[in-house]
Structures are given as structure tokens and as C-alpha cells.
Design a binder for this molecule. Structure first.
Ligand code: IDP
Ligand code: MG
Length: 168
């Protein structure tokens, strides 16, 4: 009885309080797919220790893209951004782990590749802001909104990673 109680408490502590269930939405943009960067990008997130819980290759509809980039609708580059993002398939992913939103943004680099440090994805693989190969949610709230926009609940998978005890 005590063991069961301790197991439940430790599960709640691990998954809820320590934030290891935080999720972010990452998308390899059409230029990243065309330039064969999907494997490299997935490799970086896997090797970091994050857990993949959703992945699909999709040709995003204009409706999804306009909703996804709603905050930027008044920017002069907005229409160009929508046509860039709908110019080919994107690889949409959900990654999970402790502080994954903040860490993923660091792994991506700055919005403008010219300001992104070497070692970051944008710092290593692209040169211009209009073709910056990858998207990553900028906050936990945006991540929740973007994940529910791009993925249905059945497309997100709960699974136990055998390496998690070596990461947490
Ligand atoms: P983020 O992708 O780093 O979060 P945001 O400011 O949210 O940057 O912009 C979304 C996307 O819009 C960028 O990733 C980039 O593709 C595009 N973008 C942002 N600023 C410009 C610009 O000044 N010119 C052209 N495209 C831009
Ligand atoms: Mg953004």
C-alpha cells in the first residue's frame, strides 16, 4: 500500500511538477525538407534527450498557415510567408521534455540566420530570414495552441522512453 502510494507520488512529481511533460511544436519548413535537413534536425532533438510524440509530413492548408501566423498578419512579409510555407510539404513534429520550449528556441537560433550562432540550426543551415528552414513555438502557450492546430489527439503518442532514466 505504501509502495503504491510512493509510486503514484513519484509519478506525479516526475511528470507534473518537474515539467518533463512540457511539449513544443517544431516544423521543418518547405526549404528544410527540400534541402534534406529533416534527418539532421530530428537527430539533434533526439540526441539532446527530448522525446518525439508526434510527427507527420503535411502540405499545410492556407487556413492553417493563416491561423498559425495570425500574430504576424499585419507584417509586410505576411503574404510572402504564407506562400513560402505552402510551397511544399513541411515536417510537423511535437517534442516533449523538461523546458523543451525554451531549449528548442536556443537550438533553432535567432529568427534571422545572420544573427544565429554557429551550432544552432539556423546558424548552421541557412542564410536569410525568409528561408530559415525551421519553426519552433516561442512560449508554452503558443506551443499548446500550435499543437492543437496541427495535430489531432490521436496523432500524439504516449510512450515510455527506455533512456529517460538516464536523462532525468
Ligand atoms: P520565429 O520563426 O523565429 O518565431 P517570427 O517573428 O515569429 O520568428 O516570424 C515567423 C517567420 O516569419 C520567421 O521564421 C520567418 O520565416 C518569417 N519572417 C520573420 N521576419 C521576417 C522578415 O523580416 N522578412 C521575411 N520573413 C520574415
Ligand atoms: Mg514565432
Amino acid at each position: 500500500m505504501i509502495c503504491l502510494f510512493l509510486t503514484i507520488i513519484s509519478y506525479i512529481f516526475q511528470s507534473g511538477w518537474t515539467g518533463v511533460n512540457e511539449r513544443t511544436f517544431i516544423a521543418v519548413k518547405p526549404d528544410g525538407v527540400q534541402r534534406k535537413l529533416v534527418g539532421e534536425i530530428v537527430r539533434r532533438f533526439e540526441k539532446k534527450g527530448f522525446k518525439l510524440v508526434g510527427l507527420k509530413l503535411v502540405r499545410a492548408s492556407e487556413d492553417i498557415l493563416r491561423e498559425h501566423y495570425w500574430d504576424l498578419r499585419t507584417k509586410p512579409f505576411y503574404n510572402r510567408l504564407i506562400s513560402y510555407m505552402s510551397s511544399g510539404p513541411v515536417v510537423a513534429m511535437v517534442w516533449q521534455g523538461l523546458e523543451v520550449v525554451k531549449t528548442a528556441r536556443k537550438m533553432l537560433g535567432e529568427t534571422n540566420p545572420a544573427e544565429s550562432l554557429p551550432g544552432t540550426i539556423r546558424g548552421d543551415f541557412c542564410v536569410e530570414v525568409g528561408k530559415n528552414v525551421i519553426h519552433g513555438s516561442d512560449s508554452v502557450e503558443s506551443a499548446q495552441r500550435e499543437i492543437s492546430l496541427w495535430f489531432g489527439p490521436k496523432e500524439l503518442h504516449r510512450w515510455k522512453s527506455s533512456s529517460s532514466q538516464w536523462i532525468y
